[in-house]
Design a protein around this ligand. Structure first.
Ligand SMILES: *Cc1c(COP(=O)(O)O)cnc(C)c1O
Length: 376
């Protein structure tokens, strides 16, 4: 039986193994593992790739959010508004800086935080809003930028799943992740579109003061060794990860193109199948398709997942429990029914294989298997 895993990282690795090993070897020869010139070079490369002023590497995407919240001035008791339909880290980072996560519902087409719902959740204690660019498609950054300026709150983009995704503004200009936010966090967790050989992350910003604070916070809050203006963290990007990421970055556009081609194939092959909704990409968006996420209607999601597994096809539910219903956030006082679109998404979503190296027969097998389940 044909096997189609949800993600296969070994194919990407094998294709460029020589280059990756050659990139790592000098770091080992020099024995400079933490920050240093290799990290500086990768930060400069990322700043150029994204067209931003400052890029500050750190230990993970979670830490990129945490450091950014601190650098944007979030303090104990502040409120930070975000989506309940995201990976846990978005809200976990808010909690861990001592702030209160305040949730607002998503737009059902993109699964992204609704600017109108976010605005309705603002209070005088709101310091930051965190739009998450889920599954590779950007949230409406024009609206969030405008909201931030009008209401005096800052915007932290969670771009862990959307590195290099683009959005066309009303004037025709294209922007990317990190252009309009006050800061923007990335993850290089191995399953993200640009993945390290372990944990790694980065925050970017166009504001020099924010960048300076990020650089200080990642080394225990001191500009100068052993002198600490504030209490920070140990959250540094290590040089081996930077070497791997620098070697992979030139391939990122091509990988995202291949993901988009797979998505277009599914859009067509699954069009009109009754019982599922393929993921709409808004006309102004160019998604990097970190996930290709179907909605499965009529309570048949888990049955479809079983059907796929029995026929060799991997799939996964991102995310089964919205964050406002997580046990650890019971203290926030939310309940079932508070965010109906996020709750419906959690019941309906199923992500299917879309990684760049997927062979034509494999994606056909995935589409045929889904069509067969619905008798289409
Ligand atoms: C992966 C992810 C993170 C966290 O990144 P790590 O590198 O795993 O810490 C944060 N937010 C979102 C939306 C993510 O998908």
């Amino acid at each position: 039986m044909m096997q189609v895993p949800l993600l296969d990282l070994t194919q990407q690795y094998r294709a460029i193994a020589g280059e990756l090993m050659a990139a790592i070897q000098p770091v080992i020869d020099e024995q400079r593992f933490i920050l240093g010139p290799t990290v500086d070079r990768f930060e400069a490369q990322m700043a150029e790739y994204l067209g931003v002023e400052h890029a500050v590497g750190c230990a993970s995407g979670t830490d990129a959010l945490l450091l950014a919240l601190r650098a944007l001035g979030v303090e104990r008791g502040d409120e930070v508004v975000t989506s309940p339909f995201t990976f846990f880290a978005t809200a976990g980072a808010i909690h861990n800086v001592g702030a209160r996560p305040v949730f607002a519902d998503i737009d059902p087409d993109t699964f992204n935080l609704s600017p109108a719902a976010a605005e309705a959740a603002l209070t005088e204690r709101t310091r930051v809003v965190v739009p998450v660019h889920l599954f590779g498609q950007m949230a409406d950054m024009t609206a969030f930028r405008e909201l931030g300026e009008r209401r005096g709150v800052r915007m932290l983009e969670d771009a862990a799943q959307a590195i290099g995704a683009r959005q066309r503004l009303a004037d025709g200009r294209w922007i990317t992740t990190g252009t309009l936010g006050d800061a923007c966090a990335f993850s290089f967790f191995p399953t993200k579109n640009l993945g390290a050989f372990g944990d790694a992350g980065m925050t970017v910003t166009n504001d020099a003061a924010t960048a300076e604070r990020l650089r200080r916070l990642r080394v225990h809050g001191g500009r100068q060794m052993y002198h600490h203006e504030e209490v920070g963290y140990n959250s540094r990007l290590d040089a081996m990860q930077a070497a791997v990421l620098a070697a992979k970055l030139p391939y990122l556009r091509g990988w995202s193109d291949a993901r988009r081609a797979n998505a277009r194939f599914y859009d067509e092959a699954l069009a009109g199948v009754e019982g599922i909704v393929t993921p709409p990409i808004r006309p102004e968006n160019e998604s990097i398709i970190n996930q290709y996420t179907l909605r499965v209607l009529d309570g048949r999601r888990d049955a479809l997942a079983d059907h796929l597994r029995e026929r060799g096809v991997g799939s996964s539910v991102y995310y089964p429990v919205p964050l406002h219903l997580q046990e650890c956030f019971a203290y926030l006082g939310y309940g079932e029914g508070d965010f109906p679109e996020s709750e419906r998404a959690a019941r309906e979503v199923l992500s299917i294989p879309v990684y760049p190296e997927l062979a034509a027969e494999q994606r056909e097998h995935v589409a045929d298997t889904i069509r067969a389940f619905f008798g289409a």
